[in-house]
Design a protein around this ligand. Sequence first.
Ligand code: CCH
Length: 298
Amino acid sequence: QSAKVATNFVPTKEDYQKVYNRIAEVIDDAGDYDSAVFVCRWLFGPVVLRLAWHASGTYDKATGTGGSNYATMRFQPESLHGANAGLHVARELMEKIKQEFSWISYGDLWTLAGVAAVQEMAGPKVPWRPGRIDGFESHVPPDGRLPDASQGAQHIRDIFYRMGFDDQEIVALCGAHALGRCHADRSGYDGPWTFSPTMFTNDFYKLLFDEKWVWKKWNGPKQLEDKKTKSLMMLPTDYVLTQDKSFKKYAKAYADDVDLFFKDFSAAFAKLLELGVPTQQFVASESWIMQTVDDQNS
Ligand code: CCH
C-alpha cells in the first residue's frame, strides 16, 4: 500500500490521501483490540490534534522563527518543554506512519494528522497542502512560546498576537477544547471539557455559558469545575473567554451558531498549520480538501 521511495518519486494528492487514511486508522485503532477491555473510537484523535497545534504554535511572526516547517519537536529540548508533556504519545503513533510512508516530511505528517483528527471526529473540512521540510536541532524555538493555562487575557493575546492571530481567531481556535482532556500526569490539570471528547462540536462554548463554573477544591493547579456534575473542567484561560468583553462576543456567537464556529475554526486552524512555512515551499498554490474515510466509502 505504501508508496515506494524512488529518487524521482513525486507524491500526488492521492498519495497524501493514503497517508491521511492510515492516520485515520491509527487514531481509531491505536487502542490495542487484543488487550483493551474497551475501545474508544478516535481515542488518539485529540492528542494528535494537540501535536499539530504545538508544532505550529511556536511561530513568532517578528523573527519568522518557529512554526510547523521543521517539525523541531523531534529534538530536545523542545520535546521536553513543559507544554509538550505527553505529546510523545502522538509522536510515537506518527512514527509508525512515517516508517510506512518515508517520503513525507514530519511537518507535513503532523499537520495532516491534525486535519485528519478534526475531520474524522466530525469536525469541519480543513484546507491543507504539503511542503514542509525536515529541519535540524538548530531550528528549535525557545521555550515559553505556547500559552500558559494559569494566566489571563493579556497573556493569551501576547501569545496569539505573536503568531499573527486576532481575537476572533483566538476564540475560534480554543474551541478545540471540545475534544480530549487534561491529564494530571501531563499538564497537572485534570478532566475533560465536554461530555463527548471525541466529537468535534461547539459544546465547549455552550458549556462555558450554560453551566455554573466554580473553582475546584483540590491540591492541583487552579481550575474550574461545573457545579452540577463536577465531572467537567475549564482552565483559567478557557474561562477568560467569557470574562473579557471582546473574547466573550465571539464565544457567545460560537455557542449560538455551530456553523459559524465550524467555518471560523477551519480557517484559523488552516492558517495555524501553515505558520512558519515559506510560501514558495508549498507544492500547490491552492490548498486541498482531503476526504474523510466516510466520504470515500459513500
Ligand atoms: Fe489546548 N490544552 N490549550 N488547545 N488542547 C490541553 C489539551 C488540549 C491550552 C492548554 C491546554 C488550544 C489552546 C490552548 C487541545 C487543542 C488546543 C491541555 C491539557 C492544556 C493544559 C494537556 C494534558 O494534560 O494532556 C491553552 C492554555 C490554550 C490557549 O490559551 C488550541 C488553540 C488547540 C487546537 C487548535 C487538545 C485537542 C487537547 C486535548 C489533548 C488530549 O490529550 O486529550
